[in-house]
Design a protein around this ligand. Structure first.
Ligand code: XCC
Length: 684
């Protein structure tokens, strides 16, 4: 272990297996007030503008509103009206006190922390899965020809997924197969018994372990409902039992809800392939109508891509004095249309208010998740129309144009018209940050990686596995998740990822983490030579890929599960996900969805480390279950380390331990790149 981070307080030292995990407390008040706000140049320019104009942003509010210290450690229970009860971890002088504090009902700190944690999983699973339900319902309408603008684009994937669902495809039209698949996918949500279809995609050994532990999920909705029930006052009051049912619910997210969303979106909108695009607030255009789509669901954004090409819409824009229409994205809606169309990305989570502050955004169109309510207030200070589109997510003060799959294209045109009509209302010359856009390559679906590595005639993960076995690539890390105003914007992602690739660990990324990488130039093939270690750089240069691969939106973390499973099935790296030299991280997480994602990675056998803050520190027992016992149960466990470099080294230590267990640790020591090896690599 390296030195303890300066901005953390040591809470305890835990040892498990070969790794020592230091549990640290997040930065206290004094540090929070003085953190550097961002390492993103465009963001800094916009924060300066906001300050000059007296606009309060999330960065300012994070300084004035301190996190509640009791809630932050999961020690506040407000599940009944006898509370809220606060059972903070004992302070030093109280330690050793005979009786621990409990809630009015007698609930212990461990039960309360576990309940709170489990409810985060339930909410996160609900969010991903409700998104997936919307996709499945639209898919079914599209299959029936009742959703104009939507179609079945990837017929090969349609057949593959239909076969996974056990649908007989022989002699049936694609339309009939798609209808059957749509109906079966919708039924996954309300399934009462059995297991979700995609559970069968996991390695056999993992499926057997889940069965033995009783954590194989049933229907997606059922797991969310049951977890909400268990965490109700007076129901499940054993922290281990609560956390195991949290794992079951999270598996319904990763291996069912999110995976359904990814797969059906790919069939409807096309499987992503590598695509060039630009990223950061500099993609906004002074002389064009700027429309930003922000949120998570790709349904309306896909139709907006079509709507803005309509000659009538284009002509309307010209008639208002605009040179054209510029569609850009933020958060995961951005990732969806970036991956499939190369639509530019305006920024990640903490940049949403700043986009409006440019004065260049004529409409910000939001659907669900990660939209700050402050957008409505800030939009009033500029000319931006904030348009909500989901019946599930309205914002007081915003215009509401409800999306409906039956008439989606017309609704998309209406949204575009609203933006265009607003173009002449700009208040003076917009300020688009200088030098603030960067080239990137995105679109690395699991299938694309397969093809890129193996070639069109022998698509396979063999070359990746071989390069891991021979040590050129040390291992694989999935670095994902949000930004969090409690820590320096983008800094955790970038420091961690640069450290990983420097040490020959290839990184796959999604969500706002992927955007941080894009803005910093890590999603370009050139980044391999600049930042990666010799072994990883050689492989990237041979194949022509960046050292950091953008795999999509947060529901696309399911692609990481599929890629990891393909590596296991390819052979040579063990027979379960927990055998892989791999690790996961979310250094700047903030959303409940991130906890659901982390938990399905852990339950799938992956060592997963989070930064910024940790929501169970109020209970040593609950934290121990997550950080240690889960390792023994699932072969994957949680860890918390707010210092991104130290966190990267914990991941590398885990990867090295897995290499040793596989007997491939010696190979890496031998890697010296002579000419012969380079030739061999180039012909691989
Ligand atoms: Fe939201 Fe998905 Fe987090 Fe970004 S990464 S802040 S959840 S947009 Ni999903």
């Amino acid at each position: 272990m390296a030195d303890e981070p300066k901005n953390t307080k040591k809470a305890g030292s835990k040892k498990s297996g070969s790794e020592k995990i230091v549990v640290t407390k997040p930065a206290g008040k004094e540090q929070a007030a003085s953190i550097v706000k961002t390492v993103c140049y465009a963001t800094q320019q916009m924060l300066d503008k906001a300050a000059k104009e007296g606009i309060s942003t999330v960065f300012d509010r994070a300084e004035t509103m301190k996190p509640c210290p009791i809630g932050a450690e999961g020690s506040c229970c407000k599940h009944c009206a006898m509370g809220p009860c606060r059972v903070p971890a004992p302070k030093k002088k109280e330690e050793g006190a005979k009786e621990k504090r409990t809630g009015v009902c007698g609930a212990t700190a461990e039960t309360i922390a576990a309940r709170n944690f489990a409810r985060m999983i339930a909410a996160g699973t609900a969010a991903h899965s409700d998104h997936a339900r919307g996709v499945a319902e639209t898919f079914l309408l599209a299959a029936k020809g009742e959703a104009p603008g939507f179609e079945i684009k990837d017929e090969q994937k349609l057949l593959q997924v239909a076969m996974d669902f056990g649908i007989e495809i022989e002699g049936k039209s694609n339309k009939a197969i798609a209808i059957e698949l749509g109906e079966a996918a919708v039924a996954e949500f309300g399934r009462q018994e059995g297991e979700p279809v995609f559970i069968k995609r996991a390695p056999l050994k993992r499926q057997e372990l889940w069965k033995k532990l009783g954590v194989t999920p049933r229907g997606i909705d059922r797991e969310v409902v049951e977890l909400m029930h268990r965490t109700h006052m007076g129901v499940d009051q054993d922290y281990r039992s609560l956390l195991m049912s949290g794992a079951r619910c999270a598996l319904a997210d990763g291996w069912a809800g999110s995976m359904i969303s990814t797969e059906l979106q790919d069939i409807m909108f096309g499987n992503p392939v590598p695509v060039h695009a630009r990223i950061n607030l500099g993609v906004l255009k002074e002389d064009e109508v700027n429309i930003i789509v922000h949120g998570h669901e790709p349904l309306l954004p896909e139709l907006l891509v079509l709507a803005i090409k309509d000659p009538e819409i284009q002509a309307l824009a010209k008639s208002k004095g605009a040179k054209g229409i510029n569609l850009a994205g933020m958060c995961c809606s951005a990732n969806e249309i970036l991956m499939r169309h190369g639509i530019p990305v305006a920024g990640n989570f903490l940049q949403q208010e700043l986009a409006i502050i440019t004065g260049a955004v004529d409409a910000m169109v939001v659907d669900v998740q990660c939209e700050m309510q402050s957008l409505a207030q800030i939009a009033q200070c500029y000319h931006t129309k904030l348009i909500t589109t989901s019946p599930k997510a309205k914002i007081t003060g915003a215009m509401h144009i409800e999306f409906n799959e039956h008439d989606g294209l017309n609704i998309a045109k209406r949204v575009a018209r609203e933006a265009i009509e607003n173009f002449p209302n700009r208040k003076g010359k917009p300020f688009i940050p200088k030098g603030a856009s960067q080239d990137m390559i995105a679109g690395f679906s699991h299938e694309t990686i397969n093809y890129l590595l193996g070639g069109v005639f022998r698509a396979s993960y063999r070359p990746l596995n071989d390069n891991i076995i021979n040590g050129r690539i040390r291992g694989v890390a999935g670095v994902v998740g949000c930004n969090n105003a409690r820590t320096t914007h983008d800094d955790g992602h970038l420091k961690m990822i640069k450290e990983l690739i420097k040490n020959d660990v290839i990184v796959i990324t999604t969500g706002c983490s992927a955007m941080a990488c894009g803005k910093a130039g890590l999603l370009t093939p050139e980044a391999a030579r600049q930042y990666a270690g010799e072994g990883l750089a050689s492989v990237c240069e041979t194949v022509g890929i960046p050292p950091v691969l953008h795999m999509g939106a947060c529901v696309d973390n399911s692609r990481i599960l599929m890629a990891a499973t393909a590596m296991v099935k390819e052979g040579g790296l063990g027979d379960d996900l927990s055998d892989l030299p791999a690790a996961g991280a979310a250094p700047e997480w903030m959303s409940e969805k991130a906890i659901a994602i982390g938990q399905y990675f852990v339950a799938s056998g992956v060592f997963t480390i989070f930064g910024t803050t940790w929501p169970t520190l109020g209970s040593e027992e609950t934290t121990k279950m997550l950080f240690e016992e889960m390792g023994e149960i699932f072969g994957g466990k949680w860890a918390f380390e707010p210092d991104p470099i130290k966190a990267a080294h914990l991941m590398i230590a885990h990867i090295d331990a897995k290499r040793k267990a596989l007997g491939i640790d010696k190979a890496r020591e031998r890697v010296l790149y002579d000419m012969e090896m380079r030739r061999e690599l180039e012909s691989a």
